[in-house]
Design a protein around this ligand. Structure first.
Ligand code: AFP
Length: 329
């Protein structure tokens, strides 16, 4: 049994000093995940269901558990002497961690509870994290390709932690008997193509003709291969992308005619998930450019996301970027 701590300590690609820092930060993230998982187990028995009455920086209703999960992650990072900046979906402004205001050399971006519409119905939820090193000037808004580590927790029937620090993707499962994460899949590889597509088809009337054409193509039998896709959508990005990571296919949250930037957030949704999927051999794209090379302009910036198996995403990219007007080329 390989624990998360031991796994990180054995990373060869990073300097011993960075390995030590990463181990500390991942221990804190794992601690936050354990606390959230424990709270979620008691959903319905506590008064944590429902909204707080507040609206967050995204203009969305804040659920009580969103607020609780955010508080848990902020508390675990407040113990840190190396994380200087914390950016959360639930906080309008980046927060400077007092203990690390001078010494800290990292910024952590996170979505504390992804898929909040699933809270009331006991469906899967997630937390997403992304770690960047600050540069000499203390800048923390960097492109996805600059991440030191990224990953997510998935709260389903079991609790999983999936992470990459640029040397493959590794899945850990929380063993409730020891309250410890142990390696359950090393070096995850996303199949080069798959037969699952994942998109909220209720948004169809908001899409461009090109996006509609792409989605329609999943409902036709591929004349060359005979492949017919099947649809899966949970409303929790982490759960939907995790399925694609293991089984292949693609997840799409495209831009809309009146909202070309789409819904998902670059720094704590699209970029860390793209880091994971690309490390597993897949692609994370907006449809016209790779997520990893987008230079962010603001902490809560949104981007369209098309992510998953290499061949499936490339096929869509070629069509949407106009490089090929045939979806089957
Ligand atoms: P939050 O729960 O963190 O706000 O995220 C929800 C989410 O961004 C992502 O988890 C889902 O894939 C997506 O929204 C679902 O959105 P739709 O309800 O628009 O399909």
């Amino acid at each position: 049994m390989v624990s998360l701590t031991r796994h990180i300590r054995e990373q060869q690609r990073l300097s011993p000093e960075v390995v030590g820092d990463l181990s500390d930060m991942m221990t804190q993230i794992a601690l936050g995940g354990k606390r959230i998982a424990r709270d979620l187990c008691r959903t319905g028995l506590t008064d944590m269901i429902g909204t707080t009455g507040e609206t967050n920086v995204q203009g969305e209703q804040v659920q009580k558990l969103d607020e609780r999960a955010n508080q848990i992650f902020v508390e675990v990072f407040e113990q840190s002497e190396i994380v200087r900046i914390v950016v959360s979906e639930e906080m309008a402004e980046p927060v400077v961690v007092p203990r690390a205001a001078r010494s800290g050399s990292y910024a952590v971006f996170f979505d504390p509870l992804d898929g909040s519409s699933n809270i009331d119905v006991n469906a899967p939820l997630g937390s997403i994290f992304s770690i960047h090193r600050l540069d000499a000037a203390g800048h923390f808004l960097k492109e996805g390709g600059d991440q030191l580590a990224g990953g997510y927790l998935l709260y389903g029937p079991g609790t999983l932690l999936v992470y990459t620090c640029g040397d493959g993707v590794h899945q850990f499962t929380l063993d409730p008997r020891d309250n410890e994460f142990f390696l359950s899949i090393a070096n995850v590889h996303v199949p080069a193509c798959g037969a699952i597509y994942s998109v909220n088809e209720g948004n169809r009337s908001k899409w461009s003709a090109d996006v509609r054409h792409v989605i329609d193509s999943f409902q036709e039998v591929d004349p060359k291969t005979g492949r017919l896709y099947t649809a899966r959508y949970t409303g929790c990005l982490v759960a939907d992308v995790h399925r694609i990571l293991l089984k292949g296919g693609l997840y799409l949250y495209p831009g809309e005619v009146k909202k070309p930037e789409g819904k998902l957030r670059l720094m704590y949704e699209a970029a860390p998930l793209s880091f994971v999927v690309e490390q597993a051999g897949g692609i994370g794209s907006t449809g016209v450019e790779r997520i990893a090379s987008i230079q962010p302009k603001s902490p809560h910036q949104r981007v369209p996301l098309i992510i998953g198996s290499r061949d499936d995403v490339e096929r869509v990219e070629q069509f949407l970027s106009g490089r090929c007007r045939q979806l089957d080329c």
